[in-house]
Write a new protein. Structure first.
Length: 450
């Protein structure tokens, strides 16, 4: 029992809805809008200090709750039902502790809501764990934000033994006994980080691809984005069920990048490829890589990592092993990463990296970041088209987890309206120059957003 331990005293939440300037495609579904969950809570320390915390996250139900039977409104409604239940659980929590302790304890209570919520809504299929984590992440972020503010510190300065009583073995099991969390997190952010720009499957590469201009003054094509933001990292969304299209898409991106980087005098840049789990098997991935390498050897060399090529449900698809593919490039688990068990299963199946996302919760993220480092896995941080406070949260993770080389931030492309008012407060975070994000600003109290 420490004087810095907190107890939740009050909790509330609201939604914001935004329309995208252009649609983005997830797993074969085009998305053109976002519902953002905003959570505010009040905590009190044992020695009587009161602080307010804020957490924010787009629900992104198309990604978190993909369904072939339920409509968009049904999966979004399910996640909103979870938000109401998680609010009640959070508001009634009586225990005191570090933010990690509260987040760890509350997660099991949140997950216990999945079946009752699905039954209450009479859904034709279960609510996925990932959907629960996305909803819970806004509550968890508010807890960590409030904890740091109660100490008057950025929360990344609060994960050491002066604040956190338990070692990692308490949360992750005997294998981690004696390890301390602060060993795996930087107390100061990296000052600058390259930005991974998203090249969506629907995004035009050149002016010839623009069927109907948006006309809002922002870049319309990849060629224009490269020049405007000085891009050096590009994440290429692929279909995973059309080999010719996927190969040609990478060739097309590379052709544009080669031309534009030559004009800029840039000789080194990188790609990542994201199949959003649509490849039926690893043979598809291997053939994709073979064809890309044969067609553009230099372009193949620019692929830094491969993201979630096959189904997130690893237990149901045990033959989708990545050992051969991982010999060529790091293969990163994203949608399939929901807990330590899934991380360990992925390792056994040949995955060599994991993608952290703020939408899976600050508590889970910092704990699994420690596990990934202990296992010497490739590490990256992915976006969920996070705007506003949720981008500060995501950028904070990328800037404080050692080994993360670049950061994603695509709300500036698809939903800039949700960033109104943030650009002036965080110059160089919501707008990018020379392909870099100014992460040196991520030092404020709590998670640093408000």
């Amino acid at each position: 029992m420490r004087s810095t331990d907190i107890t939740i005293r009050d909790c509330s939440f609201v939604y914001e809805d935004f329309q995208y300037r252009t649609p983005i495609k997830f797993g074969g579904v085009a998305l053109d809008k976002a519902t953002v969950l905003n959570v505010d809570l009040v905590v009190e320390t044992r020695d009587g200090k009161v602080a307010k915390g804020h957490g924010s996250m787009p629900l992104s139900n198309v990604w978190a709750f993909p369904s072939r039977t339920l409509e968009y409104s049904a999966t979004l409604g399910a996640m909103k039902e979870l938000a109401s239940r998680f609010h009640a659980i959070s508001a009634s929590a009586k225990e005191s502790g570090h933010a990690v302790d509260l987040g760890h304890a509350l997660e099991s209570r949140y997950l216990a809501c999945l079946a009752p919520a699905a039954s209450h809504l009479k859904l034709a299929e279960p609510i996925p764990t990932l959907a629960a984590l996305v909803v819970a992440s806004a509550f968890d972020a508010a807890i960590h934000d409030a904890y740091g503010k109660a100490q008057g510190l950025n929360v990344y300065k609060c994960y050491g033994p002066d604040f956190l009583e338990h070692d990692l073995g308490h949360y992750l099991g005997q294998e981690f006994a004696g390890d301390r969390l602060d060993r795996y997190l930087a107390t100061e952010p990296k000052p600058r980080m390259p930005l991974y720009h998203l090249v969506g499957a629907l995004d035009p590469l050149t002016a010839a691809d623009v069927a109907k201009p948006v006309g809002d003054g922002l870049p319309e094509t990849l060629a224009e984005w490269i020049v405007a933001d000085g891009l050096t990292h590009m994440k290429i969304k692929l279909n995973g069920d059309d080999l010719e299209w996927d190969v040609n898409r990478v060739l097309g991106v590379d052709a544009v990048a080669v031309e534009m980087q030559a004009k800029r005098g840039v000789t080194s840049w990188w790609y990542s490829t994201d199949f959003n789990e649509k490849c039926q098997n690893v043979d598809y991935l291997l053939e994709f890589l073979r064809r890309v390498k044969a067609a553009i050897p230099a372009g193949f060399d620019r692929i830094q990592y491969i993201e979630q090529p096959t189904s997130r449900n690893m237990k149901a698809n045990p033959t989708n092993v990545m050992h051969e593919a991982a010999k060529l490039r790091p293969v990163v688990l994203d949608e399939g990463l929901v807990d330590l068990e899934s991380l360990q299963m992925a390792r056994s199946m040949g995955y060599t990296g994991i993608a952290f996302k703020a939408c899976k919760g600050q508590t889970q993220t910092v704990l699994l970041a420690a596990a990934a480092q202990k296992y010497s896995m490739f590490r990256c941080v992915q976006d969920l088209t996070c705007p506003g406070a949720s981008l500060i949260h995501s950028a904070g993770i990328a800037a404080h987890v050692p080994g993360v080389a670049a950061i994603e931030a695509n709300s500036r492309q698809y939903c800039p309206i949700a960033n109104a008012g943030w650009t002036d407060r965080f110059p160089g975070v919501f707008s990018v120059r020379d392909g870099q994000m100014n992460t040196s600003l991520l030092t404020g109290p709590g998670l640093g957003a408000i």
